[in-house]
Design a protein around this ligand. Structure first.
Ligand SMILES: Cc1cc2nc3c(=O)[nH]c(=O)nc-3n(C[C@H](O)[C@H](O)[C@H](O)COP(=O)(O)O)c2cc1C
Length: 199
Protein backbone atom coordinates (compact mmCIF):
# COMPACT_ATOMS: atom_id res chain seq x y z
CA UNK A 1 0.00 0.00 0.00
CA UNK A 2 1.25 3.50 -0.86
CA UNK A 3 -0.12 6.26 1.33
CA UNK A 4 0.23 10.03 1.12
CA UNK A 5 0.30 11.93 4.42
CA UNK A 6 -0.36 15.67 4.26
CA UNK A 7 0.40 17.83 7.29
CA UNK A 8 -1.11 21.32 7.42
CA UNK A 9 -1.05 24.21 9.86
CA UNK A 10 -3.78 23.15 12.29
CA UNK A 11 -2.82 22.39 15.85
CA UNK A 12 -1.99 18.73 16.57
CA UNK A 13 1.25 17.89 14.77
CA UNK A 14 1.62 15.12 17.32
CA UNK A 15 -1.17 13.24 15.52
CA UNK A 16 0.83 13.42 12.30
CA UNK A 17 3.96 12.13 14.00
CA UNK A 18 2.08 9.19 15.45
CA UNK A 19 0.40 8.31 12.15
CA UNK A 20 3.79 8.40 10.40
CA UNK A 21 5.36 6.20 13.07
CA UNK A 22 2.47 3.74 12.95
CA UNK A 23 2.50 3.54 9.13
CA UNK A 24 6.28 3.12 9.02
CA UNK A 25 5.99 0.29 11.57
CA UNK A 26 3.61 -1.64 9.28
CA UNK A 27 6.29 -2.59 6.78
CA UNK A 28 4.48 -5.59 5.35
CA UNK A 29 1.30 -3.67 4.57
CA UNK A 30 2.69 -0.19 3.86
CA UNK A 31 5.46 -0.10 1.29
CA UNK A 32 5.72 3.67 0.80
CA UNK A 33 4.67 6.84 2.62
CA UNK A 34 4.69 10.16 0.78
CA UNK A 35 4.97 13.04 3.24
CA UNK A 36 3.94 16.59 2.29
CA UNK A 37 4.13 19.30 4.95
CA UNK A 38 2.70 22.75 4.23
CA UNK A 39 4.76 25.79 5.21
CA UNK A 40 2.35 26.56 8.07
CA UNK A 41 2.24 22.88 8.97
CA UNK A 42 6.00 22.93 9.48
CA UNK A 43 5.83 26.13 11.51
CA UNK A 44 3.07 24.87 13.80
CA UNK A 45 4.84 21.52 14.28
CA UNK A 46 8.03 23.37 15.28
CA UNK A 47 6.02 25.60 17.63
CA UNK A 48 4.43 22.51 19.21
CA UNK A 49 7.88 20.88 19.54
CA UNK A 50 7.08 18.01 17.20
CA UNK A 51 9.48 16.48 14.68
CA UNK A 52 8.63 13.86 12.08
CA UNK A 53 10.29 10.44 11.91
CA UNK A 54 13.13 9.69 9.55
CA UNK A 55 12.41 6.35 7.97
CA UNK A 56 13.46 4.81 4.65
CA UNK A 57 9.81 4.22 3.73
CA UNK A 58 8.98 7.92 4.12
CA UNK A 59 9.62 10.06 1.03
CA UNK A 60 9.17 13.81 1.40
CA UNK A 61 7.71 16.05 -1.30
CA UNK A 62 7.68 19.85 -1.28
CA UNK A 63 4.19 21.34 -1.10
CA UNK A 64 4.93 23.63 -4.04
CA UNK A 65 6.20 20.80 -6.28
CA UNK A 66 3.41 20.11 -8.77
CA UNK A 67 5.73 17.75 -10.65
CA UNK A 68 5.85 15.36 -7.67
CA UNK A 69 4.14 11.96 -8.12
CA UNK A 70 1.19 12.65 -5.74
CA UNK A 71 0.01 15.36 -8.20
CA UNK A 72 -0.94 12.65 -10.70
CA UNK A 73 -3.57 9.94 -10.53
CA UNK A 74 -1.40 7.58 -12.56
CA UNK A 75 1.27 7.48 -9.84
CA UNK A 76 -0.95 4.93 -8.11
CA UNK A 77 -1.09 6.06 -4.49
CA UNK A 78 -3.73 4.04 -2.69
CA UNK A 79 -4.95 6.53 -0.09
CA UNK A 80 -4.29 9.92 1.46
CA UNK A 81 -4.54 11.20 5.03
CA UNK A 82 -4.39 14.90 5.88
CA UNK A 83 -3.54 15.15 9.56
CA UNK A 84 -4.01 17.63 11.07
CA UNK A 85 -6.07 19.41 8.43
CA UNK A 86 -6.48 23.18 8.67
CA UNK A 87 -9.79 24.76 7.83
CA UNK A 88 -7.98 26.58 5.06
CA UNK A 89 -7.02 23.23 3.54
CA UNK A 90 -10.56 21.87 4.01
CA UNK A 91 -11.82 24.93 2.14
CA UNK A 92 -9.31 24.60 -0.68
CA UNK A 93 -10.22 20.95 -1.27
CA UNK A 94 -13.97 21.65 -0.96
CA UNK A 95 -13.77 24.38 -3.58
CA UNK A 96 -11.44 22.49 -5.92
CA UNK A 97 -8.58 24.97 -5.54
CA UNK A 98 -5.56 22.75 -6.14
CA UNK A 99 -2.95 25.45 -5.65
CA UNK A 100 -0.53 23.37 -3.60
CA UNK A 101 0.51 19.73 -3.69
CA UNK A 102 -1.57 18.73 -0.66
CA UNK A 103 -4.79 20.12 -2.15
CA UNK A 104 -3.93 18.74 -5.59
CA UNK A 105 -3.16 15.26 -4.21
CA UNK A 106 -6.45 15.33 -2.28
CA UNK A 107 -8.29 16.38 -5.44
CA UNK A 108 -6.61 13.53 -7.34
CA UNK A 109 -7.40 11.01 -4.58
CA UNK A 110 -11.10 11.90 -4.80
CA UNK A 111 -11.27 11.93 -8.60
CA UNK A 112 -9.64 8.51 -8.73
CA UNK A 113 -12.18 7.16 -6.22
CA UNK A 114 -9.51 6.43 -3.65
CA UNK A 115 -9.73 6.86 0.11
CA UNK A 116 -9.19 10.39 1.41
CA UNK A 117 -9.19 10.80 5.19
CA UNK A 118 -9.30 14.39 6.40
CA UNK A 119 -8.58 15.07 10.08
CA UNK A 120 -9.74 18.64 10.73
CA UNK A 121 -8.98 20.46 13.95
CA UNK A 122 -10.79 23.65 14.83
CA UNK A 123 -13.22 24.81 17.47
CA UNK A 124 -15.78 26.26 17.41
CA UNK A 125 -16.79 25.61 13.82
CA UNK A 126 -18.38 28.34 11.73
CA UNK A 127 -20.94 27.72 9.00
CA UNK A 128 -18.27 27.89 6.28
CA UNK A 129 -16.22 25.15 8.01
CA UNK A 130 -19.32 22.99 8.39
CA UNK A 131 -20.43 23.46 4.78
CA UNK A 132 -16.95 22.70 3.49
CA UNK A 133 -16.82 19.50 5.53
CA UNK A 134 -20.22 18.47 4.15
CA UNK A 135 -18.86 19.07 0.64
CA UNK A 136 -15.89 16.80 1.38
CA UNK A 137 -18.14 14.08 2.78
CA UNK A 138 -20.43 14.35 -0.26
CA UNK A 139 -17.40 13.98 -2.53
CA UNK A 140 -16.47 10.75 -0.78
CA UNK A 141 -13.90 11.84 1.79
CA UNK A 142 -13.89 10.48 5.33
CA UNK A 143 -14.08 13.45 7.72
CA UNK A 144 -12.47 12.19 10.91
CA UNK A 145 -12.12 15.10 13.35
CA UNK A 146 -9.17 15.20 15.74
CA UNK A 147 -11.57 14.54 18.58
CA UNK A 148 -9.86 12.34 21.19
CA UNK A 149 -11.88 10.06 23.49
CA UNK A 150 -11.33 9.26 27.15
CA UNK A 151 -13.17 5.99 27.72
CA UNK A 152 -10.02 3.91 27.25
CA UNK A 153 -8.47 5.79 30.21
CA UNK A 154 -5.47 7.14 28.27
CA UNK A 155 -2.54 7.42 30.66
CA UNK A 156 -0.64 10.10 28.76
CA UNK A 157 -0.80 12.37 25.72
CA UNK A 158 0.52 9.66 23.44
CA UNK A 159 -2.27 7.30 24.49
CA UNK A 160 -4.80 10.11 24.05
CA UNK A 161 -3.48 10.73 20.52
CA UNK A 162 -3.87 7.04 19.77
CA UNK A 163 -7.62 7.35 20.30
CA UNK A 164 -7.61 9.44 17.10
CA UNK A 165 -4.77 7.85 15.15
CA UNK A 166 -5.99 4.27 15.67
CA UNK A 167 -9.22 5.30 13.96
CA UNK A 168 -7.23 6.62 11.03
CA UNK A 169 -5.40 3.30 10.72
CA UNK A 170 -8.69 1.42 11.03
CA UNK A 171 -10.16 3.51 8.17
CA UNK A 172 -7.10 2.65 6.06
CA UNK A 173 -7.84 -1.02 6.76
CA UNK A 174 -4.60 -1.43 8.70
CA UNK A 175 -4.01 -3.14 12.04
CA UNK A 176 -4.05 -0.66 14.89
CA UNK A 177 -3.44 -0.45 18.61
CA UNK A 178 -7.04 -1.05 19.62
CA UNK A 179 -7.82 2.42 20.98
CA UNK A 180 -11.35 2.29 19.61
CA UNK A 181 -14.37 1.11 21.57
CA UNK A 182 -14.53 -2.66 21.42
CA UNK A 183 -11.30 -2.65 19.45
CA UNK A 184 -9.12 -4.59 21.85
CA UNK A 185 -7.44 -4.32 25.18
CA UNK A 186 -8.16 -0.75 26.25
CA UNK A 187 -11.92 -1.19 25.98
CA UNK A 188 -11.71 -4.58 27.69
CA UNK A 189 -9.60 -3.08 30.45
CA UNK A 190 -12.13 -0.29 30.84
CA UNK A 191 -14.94 -2.81 31.13
CA UNK A 192 -12.95 -4.77 33.74
CA UNK A 193 -12.42 -1.70 35.89
CA UNK A 194 -15.13 0.86 35.30
CA UNK A 195 -14.15 4.46 36.00
CA UNK A 196 -15.25 6.06 39.25
CA UNK A 197 -18.42 8.09 38.88
CA UNK A 198 -17.78 11.68 37.90
CA UNK A 199 -19.70 14.50 39.51
C1 LIG B 1 0.03 27.99 16.49
C2 LIG B 1 -1.04 27.93 15.44
C3 LIG B 1 -2.11 27.07 15.59
C4 LIG B 1 -3.10 26.99 14.61
N1 LIG B 1 -4.14 26.12 14.80
C5 LIG B 1 -5.07 26.00 13.84
C6 LIG B 1 -6.10 25.03 13.99
O1 LIG B 1 -6.19 24.29 14.97
N2 LIG B 1 -6.99 24.89 12.96
C7 LIG B 1 -6.92 25.66 11.82
O2 LIG B 1 -7.75 25.46 10.92
N3 LIG B 1 -5.95 26.59 11.66
C8 LIG B 1 -5.02 26.79 12.64
N4 LIG B 1 -4.03 27.71 12.49
C9 LIG B 1 -4.06 28.60 11.32
C10 LIG B 1 -3.44 27.94 10.07
O3 LIG B 1 -2.08 27.61 10.31
C11 LIG B 1 -3.55 28.92 8.88
O4 LIG B 1 -4.91 29.09 8.50
C12 LIG B 1 -2.73 28.49 7.69
O5 LIG B 1 -2.88 29.43 6.66
C13 LIG B 1 -3.09 27.12 7.17
O6 LIG B 1 -2.28 26.87 6.05
P1 LIG B 1 -2.12 25.43 5.40
O7 LIG B 1 -3.48 24.88 5.24
O8 LIG B 1 -1.42 25.70 4.09
O9 LIG B 1 -1.23 24.64 6.30
C14 LIG B 1 -3.02 27.81 13.47
C15 LIG B 1 -1.92 28.67 13.30
C16 LIG B 1 -0.96 28.74 14.28
C17 LIG B 1 0.21 29.68 14.09
Amino acid sequence: MKIIVGVTGASGAVYARRVLEDLAAREGAVERIGLIVSRRGGEVAAWEGVGFPDNPSIVRFANDDMFAPPASGSAGWDAMVIVPCSMGCVGRIASGVSGDLIARAADVTLKEGRRLIVVPRETPLNLIHLRNMVALAEAGAVVLPASPSFYSHPADIDALCATVTDRILARLGLPHGGCVWGGGEPAEAAAASPPPSVR
